[in-house]
Every structure is written in structure tokens, then in C-alpha cells.
Design a protein around this ligand. Structure first.
Ligand SMILES: NC(=O)c1ccc[n+]([C@@H]2O[C@H](COP(=O)([O-])OP(=O)(O)OC[C@H]3O[C@@H](n4cnc5c(N)ncnc54)[C@H](OP(=O)(O)O)[C@@H]3O)[C@@H](O)[C@H]2O)c1
Length: 346
């Protein structure tokens, strides 16, 4: 951003009632901005837990967690403190996710119970299948790392996992279940065969990666799109970067809109996301930043013209390519995303 940009003062707290709500298929409502909690390898569980507490104090009610983030027990301490501090459990929307090495029929319920114990909750609002590939790879491994046991998407296997996800709803341990990192052909099969349909599909969404077809399909199927890396994940580790990646927060059009509104370019990305209809889950451990990201949804909307300008910025630039899930030698990451419109054959 240029040195002439004026940054507006960030108010200390946002009234949660001012944050738009998304209605999921059961009629329940989910706040249209959540706090991401993936500290990767540069932010400690204690820092993330502190941010969760601070975020609730400034008005966040939605938290995006996952067992693989390795911090659910620290985050759980904060959630417990938040509820003890007087915010009702029903006001919160807490998501967790089933990791890839726990797709087995005997593992799903046990994994969810572990997340519930760590998060100190009796139920989750949303439990996602984190990736549609049942592959183990070590945390923090390089993108060139491959598991010798890597498997492609096999619908019958995914549905066995999904049946256990449905059982979690029946047991009252989770209120909603959902998918993540899916494609249209995979989702069509799940929608055909599910007894309980996904409430949410979590997917990468930012101004340089708008996924218009998948976004439209998800919305038209009555599924809420939740957008990860809404700022283009500027803090992701080197190992997750490729030379062709671009940064939405450095896009001249975003910079100009930010200058006009007197906000950081990150805030423009959040405004765009909320106004487009997805639910961004920006990560931050910086109180000024996470407050600004929530405030982004509470007023001073982008104009129609600004929304159209940003719609034209799409570069189809996927940042989280998922290379570690490739199951055959010689494949490129596009195989994971069914770019030809059908599930890539095994
Ligand atoms: N389902 C999945 O497979 C999946 C995959 C990836 C991510 N996720 C979820 O999505 C969340 C968000 O993704 P992400 O963390 O990769 O990327 P992100 O939210 O796009 O970017 C986070 C980075 O932006 C900075 N930032 C945040 N707000 C800012 C502001 N207002 N001004 C300037 N800088 C700001 C943060 O630094 P500071 O801390 O210094 O503010 C942090 O480095 C994750 O935490 C996780 O919960 C899900």
C-alpha cells in the first residue's frame, strides 16, 4: 500500500448482531465471518488460543478449527473461558474437521469425540471431512512429499466415512456435517447418496481464486460456501508457495479500493467475500487485524462497481494445490481438482 493511504481507526468491539448471518439447510444460522485457527509452523497454539479469546471479546462468534492444526486443546481452554465469561454456547459456531488418516469407519466417531474433548464442547456446530483423500502425510512435510499408500478419491469409501459423519448427527455430537476441498463431480455424487446433506463446503476463495462454477453449484445446491485463505494466505510457509502464485492483497485494484475506503487491502478482501455471499474465515493473531476483519462485515460496504471490479480480478490462482495427496507418479496437482469436469480416474 502507498504511504499516502490513511488507515481508519479500528473500533474496539463489533456488535455481533451487526454481522450478517448465513442460513444453513437446517435453518440454523452461522456468522458470515469466522476466525481461522491454523497457526501453521510459525504461530504457537498459545498464540492462537489467545487470539480466540481476544476475538470473542471483540465480537467474533464463529471459529474454524481442525484436529490437524494441533492446537484444539489450547483453543478449547479459550472456548471454555469464553462461555464461563458469559457468552452462551448457543451464540457460538464452532467447526472442526476430520483429518485424512481418520477416514476409517472405526476412526470417525472417535476422532470427533477427541476434538470435542480437546475443545471442551458437548457438540460441534459443524464437522467437516477435511480432504476427500484418505492419505496420511506428516505435518509440515514438503509439497514434494508422497505417501506410498496414497489413494485417489473412491466414492464408495468416502460414503462409508460420510455414513459415520451422519451418525455423529444422529448421536447429537454434531449439529451439521460438511465437505471441504471438493469438486463439482465429487459433490454431485455425495448429494446423490447422502442421507444428511452437507451444510457447508469449505473451499479456497479470494479475489484471485473465485471458483465461479463451484461457488454457483454449491449455492444452487443449498450448501453454504465457506472461504479459506480469504486474504491469499500471505503468512503461509515457503514450502506452500510456487513462482506463479499471486497475492490479492497486492493487486492494484484492491489497493485502490482500500485507499478509497481508508482500510487495509485485507479488509477489502473480506468485504468482497461477505458481500459476494461466502463466509470468509481469515486467520490472525493480531488484535488490530482480526478486529478490522470483523468490522469489514459490519458496515461501509463496497459499491456495486467495486464488486464488479473485483469480480474481474479472478486469475484462477489456486494457492493450496494439495500436491501431497497425489497418488501416482507423474501426476500434476490439477488431477486432484477434476479440472476436466469428471472425477480423475484412479
Ligand atoms: N479446509 C481447509 O483445507 C483449509 C485450508 C487452509 C486454511 N483453512 C482455514 O482458513 C483459515 C485462513 O486461511 P490462512 O490462515 O491460510 O490465510 P488468510 O486468512 O488468507 O491469511 C492469514 C494471514 O493474513 C494476515 N492478516 C490477517 N488479517 C489481516 C489484516 N487485516 N491486515 C493485514 N494482514 C492480515 C495474518 O497475519 P497476522 O496474524 O499478523 O494478522 C496471516 O498471516 C485457516 O486459519 C484455517 O482455519 C482451511
Amino acid at each position: 500500500m502507498t504511504s499516502t493511504t490513511t488507515i481508519a481507526a479500528v473500533p474496539e468491539r463489533v456488535d455481533p448482531a451487526l454481522i450478517p448471518q448465513r442460513k444453513v439447510h437446517t435453518g440454523a444460522t452461522m456468522p458470515a465471518v469466522g476466525l481461522g485457527t491454523f497457526g501453521s509452523d510459525h504461530v504457537t497454539p498459545a498464540q492462537v488460543a489467545e487470539a480466540v479469546k481476544g476475538a470473542a471479546a471483540v465480537g467474533y462468534r464463529h471459529f474454524d478449527c481442525a484436529s490437524v492444526y494441533g492446537n484444539e486443546s489450547a483453543v478449547g481452554g479459550s472456548l471454555e473461558a469464553i462461555v464461563q465469561g458469559g457468552i452462551k454456547r448457543e451464540e457460538l459456531w464452532v467447526t472442526s474437521k476430520l483429518w485424512n488418516d481418520k477416514h476409517g469407519e472405526d476412526d470417525v466417531i472417535a476422532s470427533c469425540k477427541q476434538s470435542l474433548a480437546d475443545l471442551r464442547l458437548k457438540y460441534l456446530d459443524l464437522y467437516l471431512v477435511h480432504w476427500p483423500f484418505p492419505n496420511f502425510h506428516a505435518p509440515e512435510c514438503d509439497v514434494s512429499s508422497r505417501s506410498p499408500d496414497a489413494k485417489p478419491y473412491i466414492h464408495e469409501s468416502y460414503m462409508k466415512t460420510w455414513r459415520k459423519m451422519e451418525e455423529l448427527v444422529d448421536l447429537g455430537l454434531v449439529r451439521h456435517i460438511g465437505t471441504s476441498n471438493m469438486t463439482i463431480p465429487k459433490l454431485k455424487m455425495v448429494l446423490r447418496d447422502a442421507r444428511i446433506k452437507p451444510a457447508v463446503n469449505e473451499m479456497e476463495l479470494h479475489p484471485h481464486f473465485q471458483q465461479p462454477e463451484l461457488f454457483r453449484f454449491v449455492v444452487e445446491s443449498g450448501i453454504q460456501p465457506v472461504g479459506y485463505c480469504p486474504l491469499g494466505s500471505p503468512g503461509r510457509p515457503e514450502r506452500d508457495r510456487t513462482p506463479e502464485d499471486t497475492a490479492p492483497t497486492e493487486d492494484p485494484v484492491i489497493l485502490e479500493i482500500a485507499r478509497r475506503h481508508g482500510v487495509h487491502p485485507a479488509v477489502v478482501c473480506i468485504k468482497w467475500a461477505v458481500q459476494r455471499g461466502q463466509t470468509p474465515i481469515p486467520f490472525s493473531v493480531n488484535p488490530r487485524n482480526y478486529t478490522a476483519n470483523l468490522q469489514a462485515a459490519a458496515g461501509d460496504p463496497l459499491t456495486n462497481e467495486e464488486m464488479q471490479q473485483i469480480a474481474r480480478l479472478d486469475r484462477n490462482c489456486r494457492l493450496i494445490k494439495g500436491q501431497v495427496f497425489l497418488w501416482k507418479d507423474g501426476q500434476t496437482w490439477e488431477a486432484l481438482w477434476d479440472v476436466n469436469g469428471e472425477i480423475t480416474p484412479p
